[in-house]
Design a protein around this ligand. Structure first.
Ligand code: NAD
Length: 347
């Protein structure tokens, strides 16, 4: 194996800790530093935090400046928040240190969609410092955008696209239950949507913009609708109980229009235990065009696993890419890192 790529993992929560464990398995990658502000992690060896049964000689810190050294780190993977504005201070530190970065913040998958000024700043800063910044994840970043775009690769024409991801929220914690409105009444759900406490999925404007731009569909308006999924049966997770008549999840739809014509419809019903009402999970992409394409992946591509995977798998591409702010449509397709050639693809 040629020189390994040195990775700093920033954020060791559900996603970040999984990415760190995956990075440890990859012979072309090496974890050289880790940052998390959670007091119980700070000062501990990363091996203990990850529960891998041995020390790794990497001490978790909450002081980024002590480890952001371009002579020791090739790339940071950051898994801390969903929002570009929240992540900006940390992204500025990484880029100003002259280090590449992959973020799984949903809004970073196409930062220009909702944060055009911050996106411009990131792009300029990255170009000044000669580094690459990528936003990715399973969704947005892969299933409801990159995969959709790739499926149109042989199409002569595309009239409209409809894609849906039906998933199971049961494994997630209290924050997700609250932001999806699980366990509320339909009235409280609607109130939460109105006051912004129930957000549903984060990422439709980003996914729709990426698809529209990649194909040239000319979307000029995006609408989002959030409806309660009202349960007919009792459903329960360690964090929430849902009686019949209460909300088991959020059916979130994002629609992209060109003028009055709907050209992209993305549907993401997220609920706990969908199987209790005979709803299977799955990813479905329907391209209405020439040729017509109808793809179904059942069950859904596992969200957490695939987010960890895609962030780590993109590391070699980001290290090799030209400087600037990138999206998944700007870089070579992701591929599992299974051997030496995967780490040294020419782009
Ligand atoms: P989590 O809450 O389990 O973990 C976040 C971790 O980051 C925590 O350990 C916390 O202490 C740490 N942290 C937060 N801010 C920090 C900061 N400024 N400096 C240092 N440490 C900090 O969350 P998670 O499940 O790992 O997900 C992380 C983010 O990624 C979430 O916002 C989630 O919505 C997003 N996400 C995106 C996708 C996608 O498809 N794009 C997929 C999964 C998760």
């Amino acid at each position: 194996m040629k020189k390994t790529i040195r990775v700093l993992q920033w954020g060791l929560g559900a996603m970040g800790s999984g990415m760190a464990r995956l990075t440890l398995e990859k012979p072309g990658l090496e974890i050289v530093a880790a940052i998390d502000s959670f007091p119980e992690y700070v000062g501990k060896d990363l091996g203990q935090v990850l529960g891998v049964g041995k020390d790794l000689g990497v001490i978790v810190t909450d002081q980024p400046e002590t480890v952001l050294d371009r002579d020791k780190v090739d790339i940071v993977i950051i898994a801390t928040t969903s929002w570009v504005a929240h992540q900006m201070p940390d992204l500025r530190k990484i880029i100003n240190a002259g280090i590449n970065v992959i973020s799984i913040a949903e809004e970073m998958s196409d930062a220009e969609a909702q944060n055009p000024e911050l996106a411009q700043e990131l792009d300029q800063l990255a170009k000044q410092q000669g580094v690459t910044v990528l936003g990715t994840g399973v969704n947005p970043g892969y299933v409801l955008d990159l995969l959709v775009i790739a499926l149109t690769g042989g199409c002569h024409s595309v009239d409209r696209i409809e894609a849906s991801r039906v998933n199971d929220l049961s494994p997630y914690g209290p924050t997700v239950m609250e932001t999806q409105g699980v366990g509320t009444t339909p009235e409280v759900f609607r109130q939460g949507v109105a006051d912004g406490t129930i957000v549903g999925h984060v990422g439709f404007p980003e996914s729709i913009r990426m698809i529209s731009e990649a194909l040239g569909l000319g979307v000029d308006r995006i609408e989002e609708h959030r409806e309660p999924i009202v349960s007919n049966v009792f459903r329960e997770t360690p964090h929430v109980k849902v009686e019949p008549g209460m909300v088991a999840g959020c059916a979130h739809t994002g629609i992209g229009y060109r003028g009055d014509k709907e050209v992209i419809r993305l549907i993401h019903p997220q609920q706990i235990h969908p199987q209790l009402e005979d709803q299977d999970t799955g990813d479905y992409i329907h391209i209405y065009g020439v040729p017509e394409i109808d793809m179904a992946i059942k069950p859904e591509i596992a969200g957490g696993i695939a987010t960890m995977g895609i962030a780590v798998n993109m590391v070699p591409h980001v290290v090799a890419a030209s400087p600037g702010l990138k999206r998944m449509i700007d870089l070579p397709i992701p591929a599992a890192l299974m051997g030496e050639s995967a780490y040294h693809r020419r782009i």
